[in-house]
Design a protein around this ligand. Structure first.
Ligand code: ATP
Ligand code: MG
Length: 229
């Protein structure tokens, strides 16, 4: 199968010498459509840096990045933004929901930017909130929801534009064990339905629930293994 993501020798250096940080140091791998990959590694190893580049939020300092065979490493900000809006859904550790806005409106937000008609936006948001088990919480604001429920709203929001890839940076990092496993069940279900998921975590037990684990340390890949089912 064709690769969805192909990176070759990705390097990211922050700052200027003598105070530079080599956050990624020659990273190469391939991810195919339908994979569920966990990226694991100690704090400061370069996980978020890698996700920002793969998610078209940032440029590598050098190296190549092909997303569906298109070379995206050297695109300008506007081009990256449009690739991101069309192809990528994000889920973050701290949910990043608008605080005084209902679940229903939070989920609709990316569709406001993509100019989807109001009635269609609402219909799609309800469908997705139902899919993550929040049918009876449509009108609730984040403050009225538990952490796990807020993360489910964030997952529904990540899905609205039918992204090619879902990126999740520590999606369970701020949740208790029970909610963490509920979120993982949802991600697993989405993956079974055909979604490609790339998730960052520092918890080995959470990484085990994915299909493939890439371990990075000091900006380098030190292992890349399939999980046994
Ligand atoms: N904007 C930045 N400017 C300068 N240095 C940065 C920047 N972002 C990250 N770094 C540095 O790059 C390295 C990798 O950081 P990164 O955030 O990718 O790590 P991480 O693996 O996500 O860590 P954590 O598990 O703590 O989230 C670290 O040394 C960090 O201090
Ligand atoms: Mg990080």
């Amino acid at each position: 199968m064709k690769s969805l993501i192909l990176v070759k020798n990705l390097t990211k250096i922050y700052g200027q010498p003598p105070n530079e940080t080599r956050a990624l140091d020659g990273v190469s791998f391939e991810i195919k459509k339908g994979e569920f990959v966990a990226i694991i590694g100690p704090s400061g190893s370069g996980k978020s840096t890698l996700m920002h580049i793969l998610g078209c939020l940032d440029h590598p300092t050098s190296g190549q990045y092909f997303l569906e065979s298109q070379n995206v490493a050297n695109l300008d900000e506007n081009q990256l933004a449009s690739i991101r809006n069309e192809n990528i859904g994000f889920v973050f550790q701290f949910f990043n929901l608008l605080p005084r806005t209902s679940a229903l409106k939070n989920v609709q937000l990316p569709m406001v930017y993509s100019n989807t008609p109001r009635a269609k936006r609402q219909e799609r948001a309800i469908e997705l909130l139902e899919a993550v088990g929040l049918k009876d919480k449509l009108k609730s604001t984040p403050a009225q929801l538990s952490g796990g429920q807020q993360q489910r709203v964030a997952i529904a929001r990540a899905l609205v534009n039918n992204p090619l890839i879902i990126f999740a940076d520590e999606p369970t990092g701020n949740l208790d064990t029970k909610s963490s496993y509920e979120i993982m069940d949802i991600l697993k279900k989405l993956n079974k339905g055909g979604n490609t998921i790339i998730m960052i975590t520092h918890e080995p037990d959470i990484a085990k629930l994915s299909k493939r684990v890439i371990t990075i340390r000091d900006g380098k890949i030190i292992s890349d293994k399939k999980n046994r089912k």
